[in-house]
Write a protein that binds this ligand. Structure first.
Ligand SMILES: NC(=O)C1=CN([C@@H]2O[C@H](COP(=O)(O)OP(=O)(O)OC[C@H]3O[C@@H](n4cnc5c(N)ncnc54)[C@H](O)[C@@H]3O)[C@@H](O)[C@H]2O)C=CC1
Ligand SMILES: N[C@@H](CC=O)C(=O)O
Ligand code: NA
Length: 430
């Protein structure tokens, strides 16, 4: 019998538990697909007493000892967070083990250094599960589209916030209630503010932009806004104009006379209910990729949850195991384009602004003048109500984000404006 490839599993939570189960259940198929048996050599956890489902002989609290063991060939990191995940992956790579990770926070911060270490050691570093869960997306970008020029990657990449926004829009559920459900279902990060405040989506956007545009983008290069300030009023206002609210990740390669730049942003936006992303509900994710030769591609599927994420981990595990059997390592991503980041202030977007105003003669003209003063063109204006209860709903044309945010700041100071009740970007309107 051929000697097995032995796997160290780091972390046994939502994803790790599903990985362990699937590796055991699919042992025969994995052996046939890889060409050698794949078996778990050990499972590193913090509290062994909390894992009665794992054979006691596999459990250890010494994760570093496990990844550097001579009888370990491959390491699966599903602990999450920066440390100790980073040190453990570095130690594994230096010890000659190929690594599979689901850790977007770490890859978005330290991907370049980790890839350099993997290339130096001649091992693989794969992380399909880190972006859009089960959806095959990173390897298509890294491999299938390696001969094309990608211009834009846009999508919904956080299951938790999509679940919350879907529940708010469809059932009128409260924010807290929907978040608790997403956490119970295993979608949320250990600290769900990573989801709600857009950190998780920003990390994923950085990984997508890096692979799509062959440049190093870290999470700190991404303009990030979460959904904690999205109110029931925003959701209702969106519905009034035939839109729904989604947290979008938008990665663009911008062609400029002085050279190309990348613009990467994560923020909630109103999109028309006819837009394909509007139909993406619950913890599902969907990502559009626009490439010069390929045109538009859409990737859709389960973006979070133990089993869907474990599917992507196992796909990577088979890939790195096959490479190991072949005595090779796959080519890592390139960052040769070395593109600067365009700040959000210069990025053109559209805004939807809702104002409570005093319904007196001239108020509309005063408000319109403020938009004109900042060179922001108005696409539509609607007035609802009269007297003290008057509301103005304005949708702008595209303008640099700095001009739009300066306009809103000025509106907040105007005596005729009692309150700015809703400000959201709008995407996908013609
Ligand atoms: N849950 C999901 O839907 C998805 C999760 N991911 C990523 O997968 C990774 C794991 O996520 P989950 O399984 O959801 O988290 P989790 O919190 O359910 O599991 C993490 C496990 O790691 C353990 N752990 C923490 N520090 C450790 C240490 N020093 N040594 C050993 N074990 C340690 C924790 O006790 C916990 O059991 C994260 O990077 C997450 O971002 C990626 C895609 C989807
Ligand atoms: N917390 C993440 C899990 C998957 O990446 C999400 O909700 O999308
Ligand atoms: Na994926």
């Amino acid at each position: 019998m051929t000697a097995p490839l032995r796997v160290a599993l780091l972390g046994c939570g939502t994803v790790g538990g599903a990985v362990l189960r699937l590796v055991e259940e699919q042992a025969a198929d994995l052996t046939a697909r890889v060409g050698r048996p794949v078996e778990v050599a050990g499972v590193a956890v913090r509290r062994p007493d909390r894992h009665p489902e794992v054979p006691a002989g596999l459990l250890t609290t010494d994760a570093h000892g496990l990844v550097t063991r001579d009888d370990v060939d491959l390491v699966v990191e599903v602990i999450g967070g920066i440390e100790p995940a980073r040190s453990l992956i570095q130690a594994a790579i230096e010890a000659g083990k190929s690594v599979v990770s689901a850790n977007k926070a770490l890859l978005a911060e330290d991907g370049v250094a980790l890839h350099a270490a993997a290339a130096k050691a001649g091992v693989d570093l794969y992380y399909e599960a880190s972006v859009a869960g089960a959806i095959p997306l990173l390897r298509p970008l890294r491999e299938s589209l390696a001969g094309d020029q990608i211009r834009r990657v846009v999508g919904i990449v956080n299951g938790t916030t999509n679940y919350i926004l879907s529940r708010m829009a469809e059932t009128g559920a409260g924010f807290g209630e929907a978040l608790a459900e997403a956490t119970d279902l295993g979608y949320a990060e250990a600290d769900p503010t990573a989801d709600v405040d857009g950190f998780d989506a920003a990390a994923k956007a950085a990984i997508l932009a890096s692979l799509a545009f062959h440049t190093a983008v870290t999470a700190s290069d991404v303009h990030r806004e979460g959904i904690s300030s999205v109110t029931a009023t925003d959701v209702a206002r969106a519905a009034e104009i035939g839109c729904t609210v989604k947290l979008l990740a938008i990665c663009e390669r911008v062609v400029g006379e002085d050279g190309d730049t990348v613009a990467v942003r994560v923020h909630p936006a109103m999109i028309p209910t006819t837009h394909p992303l509007a139909a993406v509900g619950g913890a599902f994710n969907a990502v559009f990729v626009e490439a010069e030769a390929a045109g538009q591609l859409m990737f859709y599927g389960q973006g979070a949850g133990g089993e869907p994420t474990a599917s992507a981990v196992l796909g990577d595990l088979v890939a790195v195991a096959r490479n190991r059997v072949a005595g090779a390592a796959g080519a890592g991503p390139t960052a040769y384009a070395d593109l600067p980041t365009r700040p959000i202030a210069e990025t053109p977007t559209r805004y939807h602004v809702s104002l409570d105003v005093a319904d007196v003669p001239g108020v509309l003209a005063t408000v319109a003048t403020e938009f004109a003063r900042h060179e922001v063109s108005i696409a539509t204006v609607r007035q609802d109500g009269h007297g003290d209860a008057a509301t103005l709903v304005i949708v702008t044309h595209s303008a640099p984000d700095a001009a739009l945010s300066a306009t809103v700041a000025a509106l907040r100071e105007m005596p005729a404006v009692r309150a700015v009740t809703s400000v959201l970007r709008v995407e996908g309107l013609s």
